[in-house]
Design a protein around this ligand. Structure first.
Ligand code: NAD
Length: 393
């Protein structure tokens, strides 16, 4: 099939198998060119491993530390007429590359919130690895079915206490628009915490711990986001921020719980990046394109793989004590939140109009990065060639 991008709003409904493989390989090549770290992880589970920060975590573990990896994700395979999702192709490409290097790599495709998927991972570890020394939790999901009660929770992005109005860029119409989001109800907050808070992360650690699959010195890390002043009321002080507060509190709880095996639990606060999840959030892409232009001009821009390599090399496996902020969080968003960068964002944000958006932002870089998420826009790929879309693990 000849596969071209088909964009609907903030999602591309097609993915290119060859382009996705090239993208994965580029990340592997980046890691291979970096120094390896002291006593890196050897047996790793990544929950949310097929795209974005989770995929980068799997690649850094495998190709930076020769780790055996089990990846968990929720992706769709091709169905004859439709391509598979990008994460499906990414994960197949990852597994192939890992096997070429004799690295163990297995994947579980299914709902990470379910008991069945957790049990499948427990069985795989028992059969193949005995124990694990690192679990990365990098799920970004719009909803969760509670495995105990069967209730479906929905995650929403809403402000708390008052409505929020700001400008946002609409990539469909190519124009700025003003969006107002109404204040969340208590139920919105509860459900968003249930999806994006720490409950499921803890369920994973509990089930692995009950089965005695966590090695002595085991570590677990989940990803959070802080963001700038301009999005504070909608992000960090809103419903998703509450969920991130819960995730961060869960890290402290897990750290206590893991003491008996000298284990540790952290949250890493990462920078804003174009991923399938972040491009779906209003306001954030506009902030992101302003931020990216500034960070690129100052030579400090990083993407997922650079962020996660730095997390492993400078924090988790640097051989030194892991230093968090005042609340124990690892901060790899330090460059994004640098004072000079944020001053510049605050200066530019109110000036942005439809006429000057190209000049003041990295909008073209955003479009390129968005297409790359689905394997498109890569110069080495022939997009007119017939490709097999029905790839299997
Ligand atoms: P992403 O959309 O690229 O990846 C999400 C992953 O979760 C995919 O592997 C997907 O298959 C998996 N997933 C979704 N629902 C699932 C389910 N029910 N069962 C199993 N797997 C499921 O997202 P991302 O942007 O890399 O986000 C990952 C984490 O990083 C999130 O916690 C997010 O808040 C955090 N984070 C993101 C940013 C950003 O700007 N992108 C910044 C800081 C922190």
């Amino acid at each position: 099939m000849i596969v071209q991008p088909r964009i609907r709003g903030f999602i591309c409904t097609t993915a290119h198998p060859v382009g996705c493989a090239v993208q994965v390989q580029q990340q592997i090549d980046y890691v291979r060119c970096q120094p390896s770290f002291t006593n890196g992880p050897k047996k790793v589970v990544v929950v949310g491993a097929s795209t974005g920060y989770g995929l980068a975590s799997r690649i850094v573990s495998a190709f930076g530390s020769q780790a055996a990896t089990i990846g968990v994700f929720f992706e769709k395979e091709a169905d004859g007429k439709r391509t598979a999702t990008a994460g499906w192709y990414n994960s197949i490409a990852f597994e192939k590359a890992a096997r070429r290097e004799n690295l163990y790599a297995k994947s579980v495709n299914g709902d990470a919130f379910s008991d069945e998927v957790k049990e499948a991972v427990v069985d795989l570890i028992k059969k193949d690895l005995d124990s694990i020394d690192l679990l990365i939790y990098s799920v970004a999901a719009p909803r969760r079915i509670d495995s105990k009660t069967g209730q479906t929770y929905k995650s929403v992005l809403k402000p708390i206490g008052k409505s929020y109005t700001n400008k946002s860029f609409n990539f469909d119409t190519n124009r700025l628009e003003t969006i107002t989001l109404e204040s969340a109800s208590e139920e919105d907050i509860r459900q968003t915490i249930a999806v994006m808070g720490g409950d499921d992360w803890k369920l994973w650690i509990d089930v692995l711990s009950q089965n005695q699959l966590l090695a002595n010195g085991f570590m677990t890390v989940a990803y959070s986001y802080m963001g700038p002043e301009v999005t504070r009321d909608i992000y960090r002080n809103g419903t998703i921020g509450r969920a991130k507060d819960h995730l961060e509190a869960t890290a402290h709880q897990l750290a206590q719980q893991l003491q008996t095996i000298h284990g540790r639990a952290f949250v890493s606060v990462n920078k804003a990046l174009v991923t399938q999840s972040s491009s779906a959030i209003p306001f954030i892409p506009l902030y992101f394109i302003i931020l990216t232009k500034i960070m690129k001009e100052k030579g400090i821009y990083e993407d997922c793989i650079q962020q996660i390599y730095r997390l492993f090399a400078q924090h988790l496996y640097s051989g030194k004590n892991i230093m968090g902020d005042s609340q124990g969080r690892i901060r790899i968003d330090n460059l994004e939140l640098r004072e000079d960068i944020q001053k510049e964002v605050q200066k530019i944000w109110p000036q942005i109009t439809d006429d000057n958006i190209e000049k003041f932002t990295d909008i073209s870089g955003y479009r390129e990065d968005f297409l790359k998420l689905f394997g498109f826009g890569l110069p080495s790929v022939d997009y007119n060639a017939d490709v097999d879309i029905d790839l299997k693990f």
